[in-house]
Design a binder for this molecule. Structure first.
Ligand SMILES: [Zn+2]
Length: 426
């Protein structure tokens, strides 16, 4: 049966085209109208009209002229990242970072707090105060802020803006999103830290070319953010990505989760640290004791340095952990067949000794076709990935609510305060 196309269909089509044009300008700008038409397969007339709307609404601006291709020089257009501003908040168990960014997640101001041993309601109150301070002082007071994004450890119900459970921060069913939305009257998005970092790398870092990728972080624990078909995959109860509790050693140690032989107990820093300090206390020789007075003070950086200098204890500890992580990642690759795995966290820097062992083990333990296709890439954004990620979540939801969105970016579910963001033109 043929359906009649009414004005509503036409409007939807226009909105989708407008979103597509804006997304093209954002991704490829500065760009000429003729190239937008080529990339979107829309007619030059349609592009000209949509661009006119976007300029009038403040989303796009012209930024000079491009090379002439045998006629008038074309005007180049770019996304107006100053059309709005975002408050991005990164909560960890050792510090609280709060930043003001533009719509490209470029940081304009940043404040850091070290909430020593602060957890529970007191920490939630500090976050609210810190956001208040940022919004009441400096640039934020003058600017059209469009939303707040928060990254936090623990199990997060992104749709409700509630931190269901965070052992580290002593939060159970904390309605952080509604709390902040009530006070500040912006849309607030709360996201798990690993998912936030995964989205940060996907939108602004090493993950940009990929629609199917896994961000893996190795530090005090092991976690994964799964981006499948361009969207974050949360699982049924929101806990997808618990790579650290993949059991790979049936004779291994008991994990805090109750299981035996979890990956985390073989490759996370506390496990490596325990193995290294135990060996030194047993009398195994190492240069580490010349670098630190007390072996308990050894850090990932020092261990990497010792391994690169050929210290056998450090080499063995990191190689062993690298092999275990490689096995875990080979399992992941066999299961999901991703385009890329982005490795993040303090143990896996660009010059990390572990990296090559992870790579080698993945190659020998994975299935041939997905194993040969997957790319293992070090992170690009480091600790900043979470701030980029939550800023990106605010931006993509803003564009989605504005433009009906044909946007293919990974999305978090919003928690709205009821008031829609308002873009004021400057
Ligand atoms: Zn476990």
């Amino acid at each position: 049966m043929k359906t009649r196309r009414g004005p509503a269909d036409l409007k939807l089509l226009q909105e989708m085209n407008r979103a597509q044009v804006l997304e093209t300008i954002r991704a490829y700008g500065p760009i000429a109208r003729v190239d937008i038409a080529r990339k979107t397969h829309l007619s030059p007339t349609t592009v000209a009209s949509l661009v006119g709307d976007l300029i009038a609404d403040g989303w796009v601006r012209s930024v000079g002229e491009g090379q002439s291709r045998g006629g008038r020089k074309p005007t180049l257009l770019e996304f107006n990242a100053r059309a709005g501003y975002i408050v991005a908040i990164d909560v960890t168990d050792s510090f609280l970072t709060i930043a003001l960014t533009d719509l490209n997640a470029r940081e304009l101001e940043q404040e850091q707090y070290i909430p020593h041993r602060l957890t529970g309601d007191a920490l939630a109150e500090l976050i609210s105060e810190a956001a208040g301070n940022l919004l009441n002082a400096g640039a934020a007071r003058e600017l059209p802020v469009v939303g707040i994004g928060v990254s936090t450890p623990g199990l997060v119900d992104a749709g409700a803006g509630v931190v269901r459970y965070s052992l580290k921060l002593n939060w159970i069913d904390l309605p952080l999103g509604p709390m902040l939305a009530e006070r500040f009257h912006f849309p607030v998005y709360v996201e798990n830290d690993t998912n936030a970092a995964a989205m940060g790398e996907k939108w602004f870092g090493a993950g940009r070319p990929f629609e199917n990728m896994v961000y893996v972080t190795v530090g005090s624990g092991v976690g994964a953010g799964l981006i499948l078909n361009g969207r974050i995959f949360r699982g049924f109860t929101g806990s997808a990505g618990e790579l650290g509790h993949m059991s790979i050693d049936k004779g291994g140690e008991r994990c805090e989760c109750g299981n035996i032989g979890c990956l985390e107990n073989l490759v996370a820093w506390p496990a490596i640290w325990a193995r290294v300090t135990k060996a030194v206390k047993r009398g195994v020789p190492t240069v580490i004791t010349e670098i630190v007075d007390n072996i308990d003070q050894v850090t990932p950086e020092i261990l990497n340095k010792a391994a690169r200098a050929g210290d056998q204890l450090a080499v063995n500890a990191l190689a062993e952990a690298g092999v275990s992580l490689g096995i875990g990642l080979a399992n992941l690759v066999n299961l999901l067949n991703p385009e890329a795995i982005i490795l993040g966290g303090e143990l896996i820097g660009k010059d990390s000794f572990m990296f090559q062992h992870v790579q080698k083990t993945m190659a020998t333990h994975g299935l041939r076709v997905p194993g040969a296709a997957v790319r293992l890439i070090p992170h690009q954004l480091g600790e900043k990935a979470r701030l980029f990620g939550v800023a990106g979540i605010v931006l993509h939801n803003l564009l989605a609510t504005r433009f009906w969105s044909s946007s293919t970016g990974p999305s978090a579910d919003p928690h709205f305060s009821g008031r829609q963001p308002v873009i004021r033109r400057r």
